[in-house]
Design a protein around this ligand. Structure first.
Ligand code: ATP
Length: 219
């Protein structure tokens, strides 16, 4: 059976999550206390309900415990975001993903049981900054506080060399875990792999090491 999703809080972020899931043919229940927000999304998602998510009875009545994933996307009202998270976890939803305003808000959310805390503004800021350092950085994904993955377009200095010659692991402490060539993806590149001008390297490493690597190959 397909996963069932609910999104609570229909600001720009929550609306985008709900619309995207809906566009991918998933059933989505969208909840917001604001009537206008509900009206705006009603033609796009499967179910919409106007409710205050800090009202436990209201959420129970919606059968929220049958949902696989609930996204709490209330930003400004930190109290409502925390209360909603507690209630949704108590109801028994297996996976609750919550948008946090800042690190402290995120810490509290983790303590009250959020399964995943996300920081969309911070993450997008990081991505834009990495892209600004070098047009070659295509994607930046944080794995943990200290480790990330970057997708970096092969720079001129790399082209025609193989991974052994580039010696990325020894020089920068990073690992090339994949090479994309057009639509083809090599997930086990060997040391003799020659880098082509169209290649994209997928590199994992400690943030500091990755930064050195990015700077060296920035163009
Ligand atoms: P974005 O940056 O994604 O636009 P935001 O971080 O500014 O959003 P808010 O506008 O604070 O987020 O909240 C998003 C939505 O959450 C709003 O539409 C608001 O009506 C709704 N919301 C806030 N509190 C509650 C609540 N207790 N129950 C239901 N919905 C709520």
């Amino acid at each position: 059976m397909k996963k069932q999703f609910a999104v609570i809080g229909l600001g720009r972020f929550g609306t985008s999550v709900a619309k995207t899931l809906s566009g991918l043919d998933f059933e989505v229940l969208a909840i917001d206390s604001n009537e206008h927000r509900i009206q705006e999304i009603s033609s796009v998602v499967t179910h919409v309900v106007q409710a205050d998510s800090t009202d436990e009875e209201a959420l129970r009545a919606l059968g929220l415990r049958n949902f696989d994933v609930v996204v709490v996307a209330i930003g400004d009202d930190i109290q409502a975001s925390i209360l909603t998270t507690i209630i949704v976890k108590e109801i028994g939803v297996p996976k609750v993903i919550v948008k946090a305003q800042n690190e402290l808000h995120g810490k509290v959310l983790k303590k009250v049981g959020a399964d995943k805390v996300i920081y969309p503004e911070r993450d997008m800021g990081q991505r834009v900054a990495h892209h600004l350092i070098s047009k070659n950085i295509i994607e930046y994904i944080e794995l943990s506080e200290d480790h990330s993955i970057v997708e970096i377009r092969a720079s001129r200095d790399m082209v025609g060399k193989n991974l052994r010659q580039l010696d990325i692991r020894a020089k920068y402490g990073c690992n090339v875990i994949g090479i994309k060539t057009g639509v083809k993806m090599n997930i086990a590149p060997n040391a003799e792999e020659l880098i082509d001008s169209e290649d994209i390297l997928i590199v994992v490493g400690n943030n500091e090491d990755l930064q050195n690597f990015e700077k060296t190959f920035a163009e």
